[in-house]
Design a protein around this ligand. Structure first.
Ligand code: GLU
Length: 485
């Protein structure tokens, strides 16, 4: 069974790169009825940021993605390891890591190290001066087991390091292909810190094994730590999962995405008025496209068509115009009720029937939910405008007044039920134009501008539908009076 995991460190707001990894994890697991889990990697206590886990889970909820399992707290206070709760949290699992670290020491695969921070600093400086790779010089490897035990018993502070064997690590990365690391470049990294917390390197290997992870998807920045992981999987005699290092996400100007070059936090995309479906579609196809000529995919379609081996190894550039375009497609596809639900948090006026209708009309004309507030304004109150814009380019003031007066009279004859649909209004007005032998432009231009108060706006039929009879007539009277001045 395929089992994937997202293993974020809670060091800040959820990053869009994390969302992409989560989506790829999700697609891969769901495609084969596998499981997708979240594991909070909080063993580096100094880097923890309060609220980071909450933010991550909120973003999962906002994006409508769910994880499958996690420790479940029973009523009696005991924990069921694979319940339906979660996520897994590494700081709750310290005993487990300690046991395995001790096992590596016993087997001679790891050793205690008593070197002070000062000594390590000097060592690194000397190595840098000689242009050597900076790595631990193995001073403490020469200690006998008895010596080490004595120093530990005397209360000396120590860490545990793995003893990287000679040779090389090779693996087939599902995205990057065959990768080789010479162990001369691999440090005897710390796996247990002096505070009793494991480092990422150890905790990840143990948890990926115990949680039966089959595919490790993560950002490309982790590729150089993979030999350490593989070395440890082998020391324990465990199966090595498949690794897939996902390419960097690049800012629109093709630089590494950072707070300076683009929006990194998932939260900001929601705040900017992108719909969950659009964001999932956009981020879930960053560096992967199921088919050449299509862009819009539901999450289920992405699940079905996802193929790890087709993820591009090159950096994926954030194309914000594309995201806006996608969002617009999803906005246009929303039902009227759904649209109101989604727009409500972004709209500062009470949602009444006029606002609902205006939202529906304007949904084809905005790209993001945040734009609604501005486009609603002309419906709620006529904005001041220059009466000259009422006159169509092929007509004059006299004609504009005549057409508006005709429309005012015509609208007077409309029953309330005509205002129940844009189509009814359109048919009635167009029939009138034909019957009277008028030109569309002469009639519809001043009508539309008089109703909206704007040079560019929705169609006059849509605006009539939103404003209804009384307000529409008021606006026509206002326009006629303005032209007559
Ligand atoms: N805890 C690592 C991070 O913060 C995860 C790396 C991995 O997925 O193995 O990104």
């Amino acid at each position: 069974m395929i089992r994937t995991r997202l293993a974020p460190s809670p060091t800040g707001k959820m990053h869009i790169g994390t969302l992409r990894t989560a989506l790829f994890d999700y697609f891969l697991a769901k495609q084969q009825n596998g499981k997708f889990i979240i594991r909070i990697e909080d063993t580096d206590q100094e880097r923890l940021v309060p609220g980071a886990v909450e933010n991550l889970l909120e973003m999962f909820t906002a994006a409508n993605i769910t994880h499958d399992e996690g420790p479940f707290l029973r009523d009696d206070g005991t924990i069921e390891e694979r319940g339906a709760y979660g996520p897994y949290v590494q700081s709750n699992r310290l005993d487990i890591y300690k046991k395995y670290a001790d096992e590596l020491v016993e087997k001679g695969f790891a050793y205690p190290c008593f070197c002070t921070v000062e000594r390590l600093d000097e060592m690194r400086k000397a190595q840098t001066a000689l242009k050597q790779t900076t790595k631990y010089d193995r001073k403490c490897l020469s200690l006998t087991a008895a010596e080490a035990r004595e120093r530990i018993a005397a209360g000396e502070s120590y860490v545990i390091r793995i003893k990287v064997p000679e040779g090389k690590t090779e693996f087939d990365d599902a995205v990057r292909g065959h990768v080789v690391f010479d162990h001369r470049e691999v440090d005897d990294c710390i796996i247990m810190k002096s505070d009793g917390f494991p480092t990422y390197f150890l905790a990840m290997v143990i948890d990926d094994h115990l949680m039966e992870i089959t595919h490790v998807l993560r950002g490309e920045e982790w590729v150089s730590s993979t030999p350490k992981s593989i070395i440890m999987f082998k020391m324990f005699g465990w199966d090595v999962p498949i690794f897939a290092h996902l390419p960097l996400i690049l800012s629109p100007d093709k630089k590494k995405l950072s707070k300076r070059t683009g929006d990194t936090a998932v939260e900001i995309y929601f705040e900017h008025g992108y719909l969950a479906e659009a964001l999932v579609n956009f981020i879930g196809t960053l560096g992967f496209n199921p088919s050449g000529d299509r862009e819009i995919f539901t999450i289920d379609e992405l699940v079905t068509s996802f193929d790890l081996n087709k993820v591009n190894a090159g950096g994926a550039v954030l194309n914000m115009e594309k995201l806006d375009w996608m969002n617009k497609q999803y906005l246009m596809a929303l039902s009227a009720e759904d649209l109101v639900l989604r727009a409500t948090p972004f709209v500062t006026v009470p949602i009444d029937d006029t606002v609902k209708r205006a939202l529906f009309v304007e949904r084809t004309r905005v790209s993001r939910l945040t734009e609604f507030n501005d486009v609603l304004k002309p419906y709620l109150a006529l904005q001041e405008y220059n009466p000259a814009i009422l006159v169509w380019k092929k007509a004059d003031v006299t004609d504009a007044i005549a057409q508006l007066e005709r429309m005012l009279a015509l609208i007077e004859t409309f029953s309330e039920s005509t205002f129940e649909s844009v189509e009814l209004l359109e048919t009635a007005i167009k029939e009138y134009i034909t019957r009277e032998g008028l030109q569309n432009g002469n009639v519809l231009w001043p009508l539309r501008v008089a109703l909206s108060g704007q040079e560019k706006s929705a169609t006059p039929f849509e605006t009539l539908w939103v404003l209804k009879k009384e307000t529409s007539q008021e606006r026509l009277r206002h326009a006629i009076a303005a032209l007559k001045k």
